[in-house]
Design a protein around this ligand. Structure first.
Ligand code: AOS
Ligand code: ZN
Ligand code: ZN
Ligand code: ZN
Length: 430
């Protein structure tokens, strides 16, 4: 029995007022796609089957190292975060799973938490460990790194934390552990670049050996930040080396913000897929670095090109291709529920557009070196307004045709601002 946070009547009334216009737009797009031999319902069904996980930490206002601007009604614990995730899923219907982060989401009763999530129509996705921050009372500091620290005791602590995350994840029904470490250096010569990777691999192997048989370990690389001279797992090359050394169930996770500017991320997708090591994504957008802006807000075309590779990979699967899709954003100036709904729509929209690409025509144009035709085949799909497909998919699953309008009409955040205790400023900056 699910107990959703927004009144079902409100959503139904909202949809009733918009149903006719949507049907009109959907039928019109359907006729247009039919002329290209595409059945709109088939695309809509693909969208309905597709989903992306939301990050528990993304339900709060993030911040920068300069400031955090709190918002009334912000969640301050995992229970409130789950409630917000339930709103995102209720209105958008493409985010049924939550990716938790430990120790941020620590509770005493994880079986109870899994039940609580189920009652909200949610389940848990990949568990994220945190060895980039010291916690109160922690025996050893991560100042020298974590899995790659020069201190054996610190490495051991980081290993144990990751193993604990796996144990928690088992109780939550999760099937993957995402490991991102901030390990690296700020000065040339600070650490030996080779030995730090050796230490990382040795520690990561111990985490991997604690992995249940049906779990995946996802390694998330990041070029820089918090370390600004070198990072131990800085790029997809280092990530691939590590995943290959660690074992079959270890794969690479691509966070779209973790690359050098202008890097061809879609090609990285193709390369990791070739190696059978494409494990998952953290979707977000960026202009300068790991900006963690809303997915598709800066470069929607890049997001589309990533999905173009993903649809190619889906058609030519290797090594049990089944990436874990997650959002990883930091919202500083918007209501995180609105941002996450907007991103989920942008991501699903790119999946829908990539599904519209005439693959036979594209491959033929590629084989015959008809450059313009190949380019226009992709561009035609990218330029298609798939909004009616996404809205119809939401409507048919009980979500809101106009999620922003319905959310604002529900006054959910205002109600939470009355109920929830305010966020302590200075706390929770991630
Ligand atoms: C850090 O830059 C990474 O994106 C990680 O995924 C991190 O765990 C997450 O962003 C929460 O801070
Ligand atoms: Zn990330
Ligand atoms: Zn990041
Ligand atoms: Zn990021």
């Amino acid at each position: 029995m699910t107990n959703l946070p927004i009144s079902g009547d409100l959503v139904a009334q909202h949809n009733a007022a918009r149903g006719e216009a949507l049907q009109d737009d959907y039928d019109s797009l359907g006729r247009k796609l039919e002329r290209s031999g595409i059945a709109i319902d088939a695309i809509k069904d693909r969208v309905k089957e597709w989903s992306v996980a939301v990050p528990s930490w993304g339900t709060g206002r993030g911040g920068t190292r300069f400031a955090k601007f709190a918002m009334g009604g912000e969640p301050t614990n995992i229970h409130e975060k789950l409630e917000d995730c339930a709103v995102i899923q209720q209105l958008g219907r493409s985010t049924p799973r939550v990716s938790p982060h430990f120790p941020w989401d620590k509770v005493d009763d994880y079986a109870g938490l899994a039940e609580e999530a189920a009652g909200l129509g949610l389940s848990f996705d990949a568990v994220n460990s945190n060895t980039f921050q010291d916690q109160p009372g922690q025996a050893h500091s991560y100042e020298t790194g974590s899995l790659s620290s020069t201190s054996q005791a610190t490495r051991q602590q980081a290993i144990e934390h990751n193993v604990e995350c796996i144990e928690i994840g088992r109780k939550l029904g999760s099937r993957a552990l995402t490991v991102w470490v901030g390990d690296g250096t700020n000065f040339p010569g600070q650490q030996d670049l080779g030995r730090s990777l050796d230490r990382y691999l040795e520690s990561a192997a111990q985490v991997y050996s604690a992995l249940p048989d049906d779990w995946t370990m996802l390694l998330e690389h990041k070029m820089f930040e918090p370390a600004f001279y070198s990072s131990v797992i800085s790029d997809w090359g280092s990530s691939l080396i590590a995943a290959q050394e660690l074992g079959e169930r270890c794969r690479c996770l691509i966070d779209l913000g973790h690359h050098a500017p202008n890097v061809n991320i879609e090609q990285i997708v193709a390369r990791l897929h070739h190696a059978g090591k494409l494990g998952g994504f953290h979707f977000n957008d960026s202009k300068y670095g790991d900006d963690d802006l809303d997915s598709g807000s800066i470069d929607p075309h890049q997001l589309f090109l990533v999905f173009n590779e993903l649809v190619e990979a889906e058609n030519n699967p290797r090594a049990g291709f089944d990436p874990a899709y997650m959002i990883d954003q930091s919202h500083n100036v918007t209501d995180p529920i609105e941002s996450m709904l907007s991103s989920a729509e942008a991501i699903a929209g790119c999946y829908a557009r990539a599904s519209l690409v005439d693959r036979a025509a594209l491959h033929e144009a590629q084989e015959s070196n008809d450059v313009m035709l190949a380019f226009r085949t992709l561009r035609k799909a990218y330029e298609t307004d798939v909004g009616p497909i996404l809205a119809k998919a939401r409507q048919e699953q009980g979500g809101a045709i106009d999620w922003l309008g319905a959310y604002r009409e529900s006054r959910y955040r205002d109600r939470k601002a009355q109920e929830r205790k305010p966020v302590e400023l200075g706390a929770g900056i991630v």
